[in-house]
Design a protein around this ligand. Structure first.
Ligand code: GLU
Length: 291
């Protein structure tokens, strides 16, 4: 199988060290395999995506030497494909309209499936959910870092595919695009691990090929918290010296052992050396989130 990897940021804010590290790992894994590396902008939720953020992200990727193949894909342009996938699920009886609000099932760990046999309040705006209880086997995959993963569909709950406000849910969009773009390898942060069982269910239901998964260790900030936009991860540098130093640091955070004398080298030279020396198995030495 030829390798196709991707970095798929939600443009809700500029890249920070955590998202840069995810981009870098998927880039190195793809380039080491002499594969293609795609960038997909997951802009399905416009209220969460300030104008101009996509340009900032693409600019940041370029500045760090993370050059992608082919045109950038935008999920905001993919409505027709997502709708077609939803219709296939509806035809198979695997997706159903749901009128429940989060408040109504507050006391439950997962959505109890009240609308499975028809919406309780058809007059309300309707979301679409995936039935997790029909004809779907336990969800399993071998994660390249975390090993064998197995989930009972009954414990997952019926995930939302399309929201009441008509916006597409991440789970459906990501699965449709990974399949459409022929993605063979998903390399992304372990903060997304909880989503993978739903994505595996959807791949089974839509009869899509299953990519390999590598969930990266979480990147913690100096305060021991996960780096994210929400807890105000520091901005990435924009000056050349800062960029070179941060790239070196990002490689170290991935458990790679870039030679100390490369810390100030041009990003192109750092990346070339890192591609040749890429050892995903070194990620196992990073123990921040080992279950
Ligand atoms: N868009 C998601 C995010 O930025 C990542 C999607 C993925 O890698 O599967 O968190």
């Amino acid at each position: 199988m030829s390798y196709i990897g991707r970095f798929a940021p939600t443009p809700s804010g500029p890249l920070h060290l955590g998202s840069l590290i995810a981009a870098l790992a998927s880039f190195l894994d793809a380039r080491h395999a002499q594969g293609r590396w795609l960038v997909r902008i997951e802009d399905i939720d416009p209220p969460r995506c300030p104008l101009g953020t996509t340009d900032t992200i693409l600019h940041q990727l370029n500045a760090f030497g993370l050059v992608w193949d082919g045109p950038v894909r935008y999920q905001s342009e993919r409505h027709v494909a997502y709708q077609a996938a939803l219709e296939r699920l509806i035809e198979q009886g695997l997706a159903y309209p749901c009128s429940c609000s989060r408040k109504e099932w507050r006391g439950y760990a997962i959505y109890p499936g009240w609308c499975r046999n028809g919406p309780l309040h058809p007059e309300r705006p309707l979301a679409w959910r995936l039935r997790s209880d029909l004809g779907l086997r336990p969800v399993e995959w071998d994660d390249r870092r975390l090993g064998h993963q197995r989930f009972d569909p009954a414990a997952l709950g019926d995930v939302v595919l399309k929201r009441k406000d008509d916006l597409w849910a991440y789970q459906l969009a990501v699965v449709v695009d990974d399949a459409d773009q022929g993605v063979s390898d998903v390399v992304r942060g372990a903060d997304l691990l909880d989503n993978t069982p739903w994505q595996r269910q959807l791949q089974n239901a839509l009869q899509y090929p299953v990519p390999r998964y590598l969930h990266l260790p979480l990147v913690l900030g100096d305060n021991g918290q996960k780096l994210s936009k929400q807890n105000l991860a520091p901005a990435l540098p924009t000056d050349e010296a800062g960029i070179r130093h941060t790239l070196h640091h990002a490689l170290q955070r991935l458990g790679q052992q870039p030679p100390a004398d490369m810390a100030h080298a041009h990003v192109v030279d750092q990346l070339e050396a890192a591609i040749n020396a890429w050892h995903p198995e070194y990620l196992r030495h990073i123990t921040t989130d080992t279950p």
